[in-house]
Design a protein around this ligand. Structure first.
Ligand SMILES: Nc1nc2c(ncn2[C@@H]2O[C@H](COP(=O)(O)OP(=O)(O)OP(=O)(O)O)[C@@H](O)[C@H]2O)c(=O)[nH]1
Ligand SMILES: [Mg+2]
Length: 406
């Protein structure tokens, strides 16, 4: 129904119940005439433009703990099947004036293998599918022609992928370029030429190609790095990694921003490279599967030294270190006793800086106070990192082992 406003001869029509666009100035009545003076003119607003102006921007949806776990892909069950071999064929040579040319059916080609190959660019197992089928070989041809072999199917996996079948570890792909044949392709069938014998000059027998190998493999990612950043959610681990390396993990003020491990490389003056791994945050009770649980700690299992990152902006930050160590011990005994340094982050905030002396006193040791946001005292952290790295190299050489090189 269209109703005309009475207060102005040049008023715009307003569709009642439907918000159609109308210039606001034209629908406001003069104060004191139709509305009391204190009433808000917004009461009469019917324009769409006005409605949209005050809409809140869509917020990032908070994920439940269950859903968070689904996003974190560091293990996969994969069914791999090698390609089927091509069939052999049965046929006979045919040529003008040559009645009995003999059998000339060729063998089928080999089925393609399925191979796991380490690619440095791949960072998680999220791109690995649940099933892979290798390429089939081609059938044999006339004139003794062999069939085409199936192409090899490569599955790209990240550095540090452990390949298991049941509980048995088949391969540890810890270097870029490492390969593992996940499933062999089937052999090609035989053509009738293969069955030619003195007792049988015209065989018609040929065999089909063999099916490829079929396996169920479990892939498990164990990130390879020198140092692992361990801390509560929001402690600033990702910010720290961004500040000291070229890695660009997402930083945000909500917990569990990091769901996949990120590795950043710190370049030292003597051309040494130290790899630092950022992992999701650990919460109190993580060993009872709270937060993201503890399964992602496998990513720091291989790190020879750790950096505990404490958030100085929260009250009693020293309790974080005890909690973190406790959770690490619950995951694997002795993990918290690895060589480590304690980093006290966010000293740019005044209340955080005020807690620093108390933290040092409680810890009974020097914590590296810094700010990942402003870059304050990052050199102090880099010096400690270098020391930890040098100690690791010396210890490995002493044991006659090759230290981890990045
Ligand atoms: N003032 C201040 N804020 C910081 C500092 N470092 C990090 N933050 C802020 O703290 C919040 C969390 O930072 P992240 O780096 O995402 O923390 P995180 O430990 O990686 O968090 P998760 O990935 O959830 O475990 C962000 O809002 C950062 O801007 C700092 O040194 N000073
Ligand atoms: Mg993070």
């Amino acid at each position: 129904m269209i109703r005309w406003r009475l207060f102005s001869a040049r008023s715009w029509p307003v569709l009642e119940g439907v918000g159609c666009w109308t210039p606001l100035a034209r629908v406001f009545p003069r104060p004191g005439r139709f509305l009391p003076q204190h009433a808000s003119p917004r009461l009469l607003s019917v324009s769409c433009a006005d409605c949209t102006k005050h809409q809140e921007p869509p917020r990032k949806k908070l994920l439940s703990e269950k859903k968070l776990k689904r996003h974190f892909v560091d293990h996969r069950r994969v069914l791999v099947r090698g390609g089927r071999g091509g069939d052999g064929v049965s046929c006979f040579h045919s040529e003008p004036r040559k009645e009995f040319g003999g059998p000339d059916g060729g063998d089928g080609g080999y089925g393609g293998h399925v191979i796991l190959r380490v690619d440095r660019q791949v960072k998680s197992l999220s791109s690995v599918l649940s099933q892979y089928q290798g390429f089939d070989g081609g059938a044999g041809g006339r004139k003794n022609c062999f069939g085409r072999s199936g192409a090899v199917l490569y599955i790209q996996v990240p550095v540090g992928t452990l390949v298991k079948e049941g509980n048995k570890v088949l391969a540890d792909l810890s270097h870029p370029g490492d390969e593992f044949i996940a499933a062999l392709g089937g052999a090609g069938g035989k053509g009738n030429r293969f069955f030619l014998a003195n007792s049988n000059r015209a065989p018609t027998t040929c065999t089909p190609g063999q099916p490829g190998q079929e396996r169920v493999l479990f892939l498990e990612l164990k990130t390879v790095a020198h140092a692992g950043l361990v801390g509560f959610p929001n402690a600033g681990k990702s910010s720290l990694l961004r500040a000291i390396s070229n890695a660009r993990p997402t930083v945000a003020s909500y917990p569990f921003t990091t769901l996949n491990p990120h590795v950043g490389v710190v370049h030292c003056e003597d051309h040494q490279q130290i790899a630092v791994a950022d992992i999701p945050g650990i919460v109190r009770g993580a060993h009872q599967n709270r937060g993201l649980g503890l399964t992602f700690l496998r990513h720091i299992e291989r790190c020879p030294f750790l950096l505990f990152v404490l958030d100085l902006s929260v009250p009693e930050p020293w309790t974080q270190l005890d909690d973190l160590k406790y959770e690490l011990e619950q995951y694997r005994e002795g993990l918290s006793e690895r060589p480590h340094a304690v980093v006290a982050n966010k000293v740019d905030l005044p209340q955080a800086r005020a807690r620093l002396p108390q933290l040092q006193a409680r810890l009974g040791r020097e914590a590296i106070a810094l700010s990942a946001a402003t870059g304050e005292n990052l050199e102090g952290l880099l010096l400690h990192l270098k020391e930890l790295h040098d100690d690791h190299v010396a210890a490995e050489l002493e044991r006659g082992r090759q230290p981890l090189r990045w």
